[in-house]
Every structure is written in C-alpha cells, then in structure tokens.
Design a protein around this ligand. Structure first.
Ligand code: SF4
Ligand code: SF4
Length: 274
C-alpha cells in the first residue's frame, strides 16, 4: 500500500495566494487570548487591535435566523499576511489559524471535501501525520479552555446573539449600522465606512437584480454590519478585562508557546511557515 503524503502548507503552489488567509470561505474566529497575544506581538493594546484589524465572527445557532456574535479578524486579505505570503505574526498566530486545516481533517471531513473542491490543493489526497494530530489535539484543549474563560470572564455568560426577523431580514440592522458609522465618521473615509458602503451596495444590487447570495457572502455582510453595531460594546468589554482574566490568559498563552515551540522543534509540520 502506498503511504499517503501528509498535509503541508505551501502557498502559491498548493493554493492561489495564501487562500486560507484571504478568502471569503475561511474567516477566522479569534479568542480574547488571541487579541492579547496579537497586541503583545505588535505593540498594541487589545482595544487597538480590535479597532485596527478586528472584526466580529458570526456563527449560526440552532435557532432559525439566529446568529452568535464572537470575535474575528479582518480577512480580505488578513492584515498580517505579508506580500511574500507568510504570516507576519506566525509565532503569535490566532488559535483558529493554527488549527487550520487540521480540525477539518479531524472533526469535519465534509469541510475537507468542500475546500478541496474549491482550490485548496494542499488538502487534496493527504492525511495528517501523527505529530500533526497530536498538535491539533493539544491545541483543541487550549482553545476549549480559552473559550470557557472567555464565556465567563469576557462575555459574562452572555455573548451577543442576534435574532433576525424573517420579514425584514437584515434591513433594520443595515440602517442602524449606517447611521452609527455616519456619526463616527461623517466624511465616510475610514476603512470601516468603506467596507460598510460596499456591503450596502452589494446587498442592494443583489436584491435589485435578484442575484442569489451565497452563505459565505451573507456571512461577510453580517460581519461588516455587526462589527459597526457591536464595536463600542466590545471595546468596553476589553477595557473591563480584569486581573483574573489576564492571569488566566497568561496560563493558556504559556501552554500555547510551549506547543508552538514543540511544533517548530519537530521536523517542521508545515514546510513553509505562513
Ligand atoms: S494551508 Fe492555507 S496558505 Fe497553506 S497551502 Fe493551504 S490554503 Fe494555502
Ligand atoms: S495565519 Fe497569519 S496571515 Fe494567515 S489569517 Fe492567520 S494571522 Fe492572518
């Protein structure tokens, strides 16, 4: 039996550009710990990271038309992607980035098929090595611990959930976001204003011409709208992060650093370091 080759990351050869760092199908959900680590790596406070490169992440809940709002990162392309297709914050990269595409192989084979058919050749006809599996399992433990800290100490058990009304869809949220953004940036020159303007135009044109919107496009619209709506509330949560939370994240960050070091020390899991 021929041994299957293992997954390796080789942007430019095994995908166009660095597809998972820039394409609409793969926006990343960040933890609060990711924000702290990115802030440390780039000499910024978590609030500055949130304002400069942050985004919301939107996840469909089990309820009809209901969405959970968590933290994300701008992704078209990711602001940390360098011109030579490397990750500018590789040693501090978000957990969601480090988990890609390992979690798809481990927990969602249908995603592997979806990505493979969409030009992610790095995932085609490969499997994970033992080291890659071990890395992913350890990472999962850290992610799940950070998710509990976040739920308790950042969201106070109450992360934002948006219930869209079937009759009006996102229309009233679009209006709310537009008027909020106009008060923040009356000239409309800020990148967030431009992104929102593009979203409004996209929604308007697709509805006028009755062009179907894919789920990935719909999520991208929601991110643009809900970032504006939740920007201040989430800023406040970052400002209120207390000592207990910071200490908990120091613990998970120390574990993550050890894991990344181990990853580097092994014959590198990824041939090219994004
Ligand atoms: S992991 Fe991402 S950057 Fe690397 S080859 Fe695959 S799609 Fe490209
Ligand atoms: S791996 Fe780096 S460049 Fe890619 S999305 Fe994550 S932070 Fe951005």
């Amino acid at each position: 039996m021929t041994q299957q080759p293992y997954f390796r990351c080789d942007p430019g050869n095994l995908c166009e550009g660095a597809k998972c760092c820039s394409s609409i199908e793969t926006p990343v959900t960040l933890s609060v710990g990711d924000y702290l680590r990115l802030g440390e790596a780039t000499g910024r406070s978590p609030v500055e990271v949130w304002h400069e490169v942050g985004d919301v992440s939107v996840t469909k809940t089990n309820e009809k038309n209901q969405w959970l709002i968590l933290l994300g990162l701008l992704h078209d392309p990711c602001p940390y992607l360098t011109p030579n297709l490397k990750c500018g914050v590789y040693d501090h990269r978000p957990l969601g980035c480090a988990s890609f595409p390992f979690f798809s192989f481990l927990f969602s084979r249908s995603d592997v098929a979806y990505y493979t058919s969409g030009g992610y050749d790095c995932m085609s006809n490969v499997q994970l090595s033992k080291d890659q599996r071990r890395f992913a399992q350890e990472l999962k433990g850290i992610m799940s611990d950070e998710a509990s800290i976040e739920q308790h100490l950042f969201w106070q058990e109450n992360p934002p959930v948006v219930q869209l009304r079937a009759e009006e869809g996102i229309d009233n949220y679009v209006d709310q976001a537009v008027s909020l953004q106009m008060t923040r940036d009356p000239e409309g020159n800020h990148q967030r204003s431009k992104r929102l303007q593009q979203t409004v135009f996209f929604i308007h044109e697709h509805s006028r011409q009755r062009i179907p919107v894919s789920m990935d496009q719909y999520r991208a619209c929601l991110r643009s709208i809900f970032y504006v709506i939740y920007r201040d509330a989430i800023t406040q949560r970052f400002e209120n992060l207390d000592e207990q939370a910071i200490r908990s994240y120091q613990g998970t960050t120390a574990r993550l650093r050890r894991l990344f070091k181990k990853e580097q020390a092994r014959n590198p899991l990824r041939v090219i370091q994004r």
